[in-house]
Design a protein around this ligand. Sequence first.
Ligand code: SAM
Length: 284
Amino acid sequence: MPEEVKIKMRDILKEQGFHYKKKWGQNFIFDNNLLKRIVEAAGVVSGDRVVEIGPGAGTLTNELIKKSAQILVVEIDPTLIPILEDVLQDDNVVIVQGDALKINMDELTKANGFQWPYKVVANLPYYITTPLIMGLLESKYQIEDIVVMVQKEVADRLTASPDTKEYGAVTIAVRYYSQPEVLFNIPRQVFRPIPEVDSALIRLKPRKIPPVQVQDEKLMFRIIKGAFGQRRKTLLNSLLSVKPEMKKEDIKKILEKAGINSNTRGEALSLEQFAEIANLWSNV
Ligand code: SAM
């Protein structure tokens, strides 16, 4: 983005009497070089279809436009819509006002003539990062790549290894649906207003085939949730909450068959081990 556009963006925000709203996680980026680096890292090329969640003042969108991508932005704040319409005057951009958490992305892209698959690129509002990411992955949309900026701590959680304090049910779920990767860290100082946390750009490459075969996906996630629900309990005791009518002895047998010590804790188990427990559990 040329310097004059950068200045224009801020001027327009000011002229329109725009106020940053904390409740919608509004921390914008105006740093030209960083925006370029994000779009490069996302690997957006001419002809790509890109959904951007939360365009804010459209600074990232502008960089996407330069790649001749077909872009659809979803912004919740109605006061930003006229601003976006003003600064993003490009035939390749569709602006939608709405809550990304409530939108079916496949339906929206289809309704706007997007060819599938499409990419998601965004500087996500932090207050809804996890539900947004999980919603995109669990819905099994026609998304080929997700490159998003998230709070550094969330990036650490999504890419954590077993037996670390960052490792949790969400780490496993994200690994089941995608290949997560941290691309680079972003200091808080580049945002306006400056938030209280640092960020990281991550890539989640949705998998076409899950890394483990499970007979009952829902059951596996109930088991994972149960195992992490009560972190101080042993695995055996926390799994009792998954199905109260199941006898402790039966769960013990399942764990024995899977070669897992009943006294271990959920956070020590890998996705593969949870899948094995779920498959043995399905056959009880
Ligand atoms: N992309 C811009 C940038 O990098 O400067 C703005 C990023 S800001 C962190 C997040 C944006 O998401 C804000 O514009 C905010 O209004 C918008 N937003 C917040 N919640 C949203 C939701 N549920 N659906 C769509 N947009 C949302």
